[in-house]
Design a binder for this molecule. Sequence first.
Ligand SMILES: Cc1ncc(COP(=O)(O)O)c(C=O)c1O
Length: 476
Amino acid sequence: MSKMKPLESSSMRLKVEQAVLEGLRTGEWKEGERLPSVRSMADRLGVHRLTVLKAYSRLEQAGLLASRYRSGYFVKSRESGTGFSDSEHEEHWTYAARPGYRNRSRLSDIHRQPVQYRMSEALLDPALLPNRFLAAHAKEVLDQHPMVLSTYSTVMGDLSLREGMAQYFRDRYGIVVAADEIMVTTGSSQAIDLVSRALVKPGDKVLIERPTYSPAIDIFGQQGIGMLPVELTPEGFDLARVEELMRLEKPRMFYLNPTFHNPTGYTVPGEQRKALIELAERYSCILIEDDVYYDLYFDNPPPPPMFYYDTEGFVVYIRSYSKYIAPGIRISFLIARPSVMEAIFPLKALSDAGTPLLGQKIFQSFFFSARMQEHIVKLRLAVRLRKEALERVLARSGWQWESPDGGLNLWVRLPEGLSAELLLARGLEQSIAFVPGSICDPIGEMDDRIRLSYSLLGEKSLEEGVERLIRAAEFV
Ligand SMILES: Cc1ncc(COP(=O)(O)O)c(C=O)c1O
C-alpha cells in the first residue's frame, strides 16, 4: 500500500490499530464484545503477536478497549466507561483516571515535579507579562461594565470583541472574516477538542504532525480517532507523502501547528502552505491550523497563516492569545466558515455556554490598547535573549538542533545512544525538567529527542540549568 514507512514496527502497529478501529466503526465488534485473541489477530493481519499486543494496549490506553485478566481484550461500552457488561461493571469499577489521559498525565507529572530548572513548560515567565497594565484594564472594565459579573456571555462570545477581532484580522493580515465566523473559546485546547468532536467521529482518521503538540494526541486518542503521522522537518512536509495519505486514507482533517511549531520551532514555508490548501480542497480534508505562536517571532514576521490562502473554507483557524497576553483568562479564537461553525456551535453551547465574559472584556480592553503593541515588541526581544542564552551553553554539548526564528521551544537531538527518558530520570534528580521526545510523538518513539522551553526561566537560570543537564548526561 504505502511506499513510505518511517519505521516498520510502528507502521505495522498502526495497521492493527486501523483494523480494530475499522471493525469498531463497521460494527464487526460491538460494545462489550471480545476482540479476536492476540494470536488470531496476528495471523489474520500477518503481523507479529507483539505488534498486536502493543496495538491493543494502545487502544486500551485510548479508552476504546478494556483488558481482562486471562480473558483478552473487550470493546469498551461508552455508557459505563468500561468494557464489561453491567453485572460485571461494579466488580471491575475503578477510580483510575481514564486511560486515554496517560500521555497527558505524563506531561502533567513532569510539570508537577518541584524542580529548580523548569525547562519543560512552554509558558512565559509571568514577570514578562504586562501584569500591572492588565490589572488596570481589569479595574477599568469593572468600572465601565458594572454588570459584567452578573451576565453570561453569548455562546459565540462577546459581539463587540468578535467585531474588533474581525477588523483586526482584516487590517493586520488581510484576512477577511465576519464576526459570525469567529467564536471565542477558552484556550485553543478547547477549540481543538470542539473541532475534532464536531468534524470527526470515532474510527475516522486524522493526519497529525510528527512530532506534535502532545495534548492534541491525547484529545484525538481519547475520542477514538485514528492518527496518521506526517513527519515534520525544518523544510516542512513531504507533500507527496501528505497527498498519498490523503488519497489512500481519506482523513477527515489534518491538525497542524505550522508557525514556530511546538515542539520543534519549525515553520512551514509559504509555498507549502498554498500547496496544502490545494491538497485539502482536492481531497476534502479540513486543515486545523493551530497558531499559538504566530506573533512570537524574533526577526522577520512568518509567512501569512494558511487561513489567509484559503478561499473555499477548508481551513479552521485557531488563534490563542493565552500564551503571551494573559494565561489566566485563556482567550482564544476559533475561526471557521459558516457550515463548519454550525457544527461546532452546539458543542460549545453544551461545553460551557460561552467563555466567561469578564475575561473577554479585559482582553478586549488590553488587546486594542497601544500598550499591547509595546508589550509584544519587548516580549520578542526578551524571549530571543533567553533562547540565545540557552543556545550559547548548549553549543558546548555537541547536541544538535535547528535554531528557531520564533516560539518558545528548542527541539534537540541527543547524541547516539543517549535516551531522553533516562536523561529525564537523571535530570529530575538534579532538579531539572524537560519534555522527552516520546511524549510529542503520535507513535510514542523519538527517545533521541528532547524539548527545552526557554521562556519560563531567566537567562542566568537557563544557563545554569543547561550546564547541569549536560553534566547529568555524562552519568546516564
Ligand atoms: C501548539 C499549541 N496549541 C495549543 C496550546 C494551548 O494553548 P491554550 O493555553 O490556549 O489552550 C499550546 C500551548 O502550549 C500549544 O503549544
